[in-house]
Design a protein. Structure first.
Length: 165
């Protein structure tokens, strides 16, 4: 399965001490140079930076048509990480793109790219037995100050017949 990721899922998973979850679920993931720069270079010293830098299961992939990134940057008010992730997913026909930002998710879906956010990734991990206590993980997200509406987390928990946070 070909999976590409934007920065936020990597950063959030590192903050939750679940950085290895994508490897356990997908074996390998690909990120663009722009995502690498955001997480590892500009994010040096922050959660996800060192984990991404040393993760042998994360491959940096370069866009076949980098000029398209410049075109999209002039068309869409999204960051280079989100746009390059969507472009890479299109170019390599990825089965999934890991993206949290709502407008980026909508753009990816309009390009027929299946999208999974951090919550969806955590749900998949829970379904596959990689996460023992989803509610505890969501409580950790809130404690870590991850910007997500608690209603989304509670809706997710309700889907598993778990009590709300």
């Amino acid at each position: 399965m070909i999976v590409v990721s934007n920065a936020s899922p990597l950063i959030i998973l590192a903050r939750l001490d679940l950085f290895g979850l994508p490897q356990r679920l997908f074996n390998r993931i690909r990120i663009t140079r722009q995502v690498w720069d955001e997480v590892v270079v500009r994010g040096a010293g922050f959660p996800g930076s060192e984990e991404t830098r040393i993760a042998g299961w994360i491959e940096v992939a370069y866009l076949a048509d980098p000029a398209q990134l410049a075109v999209w940057q002039s068309q869409y008010s999204l960051g280079a990480g989100e746009l390059s992730t969507i472009l890479l997913a299109k170019e390599i026909q990825a089965q999934t793109a890991l993206i949290d930002e709502r407008r980026a998710r909508l753009l990816a879906k309009s390009e027929n790219i299946p999208v999974l956010g951090t919550v969806g990734l955590l749900e998949l991990g829970y379904r596959r037995g990689e996460i023992a206590d989803l509610r505890l993980v969501y409580q950790g997200m809130c404690a870590e100050g991850v910007r997500i509406d608690p209603l989304i987390l509670n809706r997710s928990l309700a889907g598993f017949n778990l009590p709300p946070i």
